[in-house]
Design a protein around this ligand. Structure first.
Ligand SMILES: Cc1cc2nc3c(=O)[nH]c(=O)nc-3n(C[C@H](O)[C@H](O)[C@H](O)COP(=O)(O)OP(=O)(O)OC[C@H]3O[C@@H](n4cnc5c(N)ncnc54)[C@H](O)[C@@H]3O)c2cc1C
Length: 381
């Protein structure tokens, strides 16, 4: 089959790999001009590890494994550690694999067979599903057109394919009240030390280091904010507004890193809930169909299992894509439900809403068994 995949993130590349190695001709169309490599380490968990193994990627993934969360601690305004990050609470088991999002994208891209072509700097603008007999006619932003047997929407939380086929984003998106922003912080890359997280009420700023890189990380609580997801300056302004007036610890320095980073990334903790992930010849995979929100730590695992189940079922069903889509959904749905149910304690731990709640969080973490950082006073304004 001739298949169009929208988005070259984890879901899109995994679909391209799984579909391409099964003899399909795959075109991936990616809005950005190159792979978007920003990101903190992501997790591969549970059955997604077996999926990575079946894709033939596990050895390469294991080689790039990092253990960043173990080295992460909460600090006070002087940078003194006050509590350990509760790794045990965010990890399913010691088998979980943490690696850079960048490394996973490169491993997937390097494994693509010659039956896959990626077209950067373009996106789907309109599509018309020709029904049982025909394919899907697609018009791209570049003006190109094409006809495909199937279209896979793997274009993330703000999926254009989902909007075009399933309706407006607000019909499917559940905002969980938190935003995440990431920026490269090259000046900090070679510095020694653990990863640090600093809280002010309802906000956190942090520095995460790994493999010779450093990332400035921000989270803040907020009602939904309406903005253009392709306007970088507008996204940076949202971060600056959220931290307006906060100058303690290293917040100004981290905001400056965000100001100058062309790969700056902002996202909301939002889930996508749809009763079905396919309509006609169009199907959704990854965050586009079932974002569990970054707070779950399971978006990447869902993208990998989703790609595998979809490709396996299409292979099994031959030309009957409707049956394949239905079986893909039946196999993937339990993983999605599990992931989407597990986000709330993470938010309360990471973003206490008052100074008293920050102090209580630190106290509670120090009461957990295990080694703790020296007690050097609580966060203070
Ligand atoms: C730059 C970036 C950084 C991230 N960092 C983190 C992180 O630190 N921690 C975390 O938990 N999760 C992060 N995520 C989200 C995480 O990658 C996903 O939750 C998970 O891997 C599932 O991936 P996905 O492919 O479904 O979605 P995504 O990773 O969001 O990939 C979607 C892809 O589609 C592209 N795209 C979007 N719109 C269009 C369009 N209209 N046409 C064509 N292409 C389009 C995007 O540019 C992107 O490459 C990040 C995502 C991105 C894009």
């Amino acid at each position: 089959m001739n298949i169009l995949v929208s988005g070259a993130g984890v879901a899109g590349l995994a679909c391209a790999l799984e579909l391409g190695t099964r003899g399909n001709d795959v075109t991936v169309v990616e809005y950005a001009r190159q792979l978007r490599l920003t990101g903190t380490p992501i997790d591969i968990r549970g059955d997604a590890i077996e999926t990575a193994d079946r894709m033939g990627l596990l050895a390469a993934i294991q080689k790039r494994r990092v253990r960043m969360s173990e080295l992460t601690q909460f600090v006070d305004s002087d940078g003194e550690p006050v509590a350990r990050f509760p790794l045990a609470e965010i990890s399913d088991s010691d088998d979980d694999i943490e690696l850079l999002r960048e490394d996973l994208l490169r491993i997937l891209a390097d494994a693509l067979p010659p039956t896959v072509a990626i077209r950067f700097g373009d996106s789907i603008e309109a599509l018309t599903d020709g029904g049982a007999e025909g394919g899907v006619d697609v018009r791209f932003a570049s003006g190109r057109t094409g006809r495909y047997d199937l279209v896979v929407g793997a274009d993330g939380q703000h999926s254009a394919v989902r909007r075009l086929v399933f309706g407006p984003e607000e019909d499917h998106l559940r905002h969980l009240g938190v935003y995440l922003a990431l920026a490269d912080h090259p000046a900090e890359a070679q510095a020694e030390g653990a990863n640090s997280i600093y809280n002010v009420p309802s906000r956190m700023a942090g520095i995460f280091r790994y493999s010779g890189k450093a990332v400035a990380v921000f989270q803040f609580r907020s009602e939904p904010i309406d903005y253009d997801h392709h306007d970088l300056d507008a996204q940076k302004k949202i971060l600056f507004d959220a931290f307006e007036g906060h100058r303690s610890w290293r917040i100004p320095e981290l905001l400056e890193a965000a100001r100058v980073d062309p790969g700056f990334f902002l996202t909301s903790a939002s889930q996508i809930h749809l009763p079905r992930w396919h309509r006609g010849r169009v199907v959704l995979v990854g965050d586009a169909g079932y974002s569990p929100a970054f707070l779950s730590g399971r978006g990447t695992s869902l993208a990998l299992t989703g790609a595998r189940f979809l490709a396996e079922e299409l292979q099994r069903s031959g030309p009957d894509h409707t049956a394949a889509f239905a079986r893909y959904e039946a196999r993937q749905r339990p993983y999605v439900t599990f992931a989407q149910d597990r986000v709330h304690s993470g938010r309360d731990r990471m973003l206490p809403t008052t100074w008293a709640a920050i102090a209580a969080r630190n106290e509670a973490l120090r009461a957990l068994p295990g080694p703790h950082p020296r007690r050097a006073g609580e966060n203070a304004p």
